[in-house]
Design a protein around this ligand. Structure first.
Ligand code: DX5
Ligand code: ZN
Length: 220
């Protein structure tokens, strides 16, 4: 079986010590950097923009997984590619022409991701599943770190997995929001491939140890 991946969410890092926290992820067992970009329109919060991503990219030595919580994501695809994003995920709810957006992301050499809010049915992705490298199932309402995990996520993962298998697709399933050592093993059992974790990692006293713990739980 392919190893399950851990993606610490930089949103929960200490921005006054960003380089330190990036180096911590570099030397940990984490697989990806998860970068949340929020515009204050699609979600009721503003995170950070291009200059901060540029600073992160300068030090990050692992896959950069960018999660756009913004309206009109198409406007910024080229810019995120130039900033070194490896995966670019747009929200289903913010994309009028999702198929075109996915092609545009791939044309820039990035993996194309689609994130879905807790209320969005996974079946809506069926007709484009072959074009999606990564589906990010939001297990909290997007906008803030530190929220509690929505239990309905497990059945969404299973339904999405069925769609992936039935279509012979290779799409990865990423879970974002409220991931802890309490649910990591069960999420992977329900067919999650990538676990994003923000506050659980950065609030921990032993951050690399917490990443290692998640990695082990996910790959048991
Ligand atoms: C929420 C973001 C998440 C967030 C997860 O809108 O997309 O990536 O950082 O944070 P935790 O792990 O604290 O729920
Ligand atoms: Zn995210």
């Amino acid at each position: 079986m392919k190893p399950k991946l851990i993606a610490p969410s930089v949103l929960a890092a200490d921005f006054a010590n960003l380089q330190r926290d990036i180096e911590m992820i570099n030397s940990s067992e984490a697989d990806w950097f998860h970068i949340d970009i929020m515009d204050g329109v699609f979600v009721p919060n503003i995170s950070f923009g291009m200059p901060v991503l540029q600073a992160i990219q300068k030090h990050a030595k692992k896959t950069i997984d960018v999660h756009l919580m913004i309206v009109e994501p198409d406007r910024y695809i080229k810019e995120f590619a130039a900033l070194g994003a490896n995966n670019l995920t747009v929200h289903y709810e913010a994309s009028t022409h999702l198929h075109r957006t996915l092609q545009a992301i791939k044309a820039e050499g990035m993996k194309a991701g689609v994130a879905i809010n807790p209320h969005t049915r996974v079946n809506l992705l069926e007709d484009v599943i072959k074009d999606i490298d990564l589906v990010c199932i939001m297990s909290v309402n997007p906008g803030f770190g530190g929220q509690s995990f929505i239990e309905n996520t497990y059945s969404k993962i299973q339904r999405l997995k069925e769609i992936i298998v039935n279509n012979n697709a290779t799409t990865l399933i990423e879970i974002d929001g409220g991931v802890t050592s309490e649910n990591a093993a069960q999420l992977v059992k329900a067919y999650a491939d990538v676990l994003v974790a923000g506050s659980f990692v950065f609030k921990a006293e032993d951050q690399p140890g917490t990443i290692k713990e998640l990695k082990e739980l996910a790959n048991k």
